[in-house]
Design a protein around this ligand. Structure first.
Ligand SMILES: Cc1cc2nc3c(=O)[nH]c(=O)nc-3n(C[C@H](O)[C@H](O)[C@H](O)COP(=O)(O)O)c2cc1C
Length: 361
């Protein structure tokens, strides 16, 4: 089943394994594609993932959340991004770009000392910053920055896009009752909290055209008191399908909830796939493909997720940092990823670029 083809919108994928978006810290200082990134993605494509989601790529400078992240907020990024897609396509791979605005989870030192922006001024204890509430004009500017970015993505020959709507970044913070306390078109109840992503979708669809796959990664649970919980996440998923999204990837957590998104020390199969009950609830509510990410380490667990209807596609991040060819190894009979979920690959400030610290570089 894991190696049965799947479809996302108009795109056929050779199997049911996605490389989940993984920030590489490998763009140059201005966010341009480097040879290191191209080689990383070429190896990933060769390694057998049916679809690669790029590391989060910046749509607007006010949302710069990670040094040396990919950028797509200006046309001059298109040639480098085209080299990246060309390298993946040469290996018969498929690649989406993940579009992000960091929202309240941006350190001011990355914003030239300015405060981050967010739907509401809700203090973020994890980065110790009070964000500025966005004006209506600022909100529309960011909506359109997502659509211009998607036009650039299409021009650079990406096979589709994924909006980063999870983990507490801007889109996620509009959906969450914890971070969206507005009382206007953009917030006040769950229908209005949905307006931001709905407007982003509509703007992207009109810019990128019909048939271009538009997908999203969402939180099924913010894992924080007062945050988004599964009943609302299920209703959000139904709305996402209704407006036209082609697939949903299910995750959870935000900076404030610490490492709940990227759980450490996964040793037993019971600890794997830690959002699987959430993804099942979402899968039961929609007919578009649902991908599940978080702690999947074994071939048998991946098969079980598909067979027992927890998700349509499995998505992996850390295991592919260590073994970019894990999908091929699974196909050849390997049962368990070598990744030990130590999270050393997440020590971004210490690492020159994202890599597995268990493997000699
Ligand atoms: C080094 C690193 C970078 C990540 N960067 C992103 C990112 O750019 N976008 C995103 O949605 N998730 C990102 N994640 C989260 C992963 O996509 C995934 O949701 C999480 O690691 C759990 O999956 P896993 O157990 O397969 O690693 C990152 C995770 C790691 C370890």
């Amino acid at each position: 089943m894991l190696f049965d083809p799947s479809e996302i919108g108009s795109l056929r994928i050779k199997n049911r394994i996605i490389r989940s978006a993984t920030y590489e810290k490998s763009a140059d200082i201005d966010g341009f594609v480097t040879d290191r990134i191209i080689e990383l993605y070429r190896i990933l494509a060769k390694g057998g993932s049916g679809l690669i989601i790029s590391g989060n790529a910046l749509v607007h400078l006010s949302g710069y959340s990670a040094p040396m992240q990919l950028c797509i907020h200006k046309d001059h990024y298109i040639p480098g991004l085209s080299r990246l897609t060309e390298a993946v396509h040469k290996e018969q791979g498929r690649i989406f770009i993940q579009l992000v605005h960091g929202g309240r989870q941006c350190f001011p030192f990355l914003l030239g000392g300015r405060d981050p922006i967010a739907p509401s001024a809700v203090y973020d204890p994890s980065i110790r910053v009070m964000p500025k509430e966005m004006t209506n004009e600022q909100i529309w500017e960011i909506v359109y920055s997502f659509s211009s970015a998607s036009r650039r993505a299409r021009d650079a020959s990406f096979d589709g896009i994924q909006i980063h709507g999870a983990h507490g970044y801007l889109v996620s913070s509009f959906l969450s009752p914890h971070t969206n306390r507005r009382e206007d078109y953009w917030g006040g109840d769950e229908e209005r909290r949905f307006h931001f992503i709905e407007e982003v979708y509509k703007a992207i669809r009109s810019e990128a055209g019909d048939g271009f796959p538009i997908t999203i990664k969402i939180n099924a649970d913010d894992l924080i008191e007062g945050g988004l919980k599964i009943p609302e996440a299920v209703r959000i998923a139904k709305r996402l399908q209704y407006v036209g999204f082609d697939a949903i990837e299910v995750s959870g957590g935000m900076y404030e909830s610490k490492v709940a998104t990227v759980r450490k020390g996964i040793k037993s199969s019971e600890q794997e796939a830690y959002f699987k009950d959430h993804s099942r609830s979402i899968k039961e509510a929609v007919s578009i493909p649902v991908a599940l990410v978080g702690g999947i380490r074994s071939r048998s667990v991946a098969d079980m997720i598909l067979k027992e209807g927890y998700a349509d596609i499995v998505s992996l991040s850390r295991p592919l940092i260590r073994e970019p060819d894990l999908p091929n190894k699974f196909a050849e009979g390997k049962e368990k990823a070598d990744c030990i979920s130590c999270n050393e690959c997440m020590r971004f400030s210490k690492l020159d670029f994202v890599r597995c610290m268990q493997v000699a570089s």
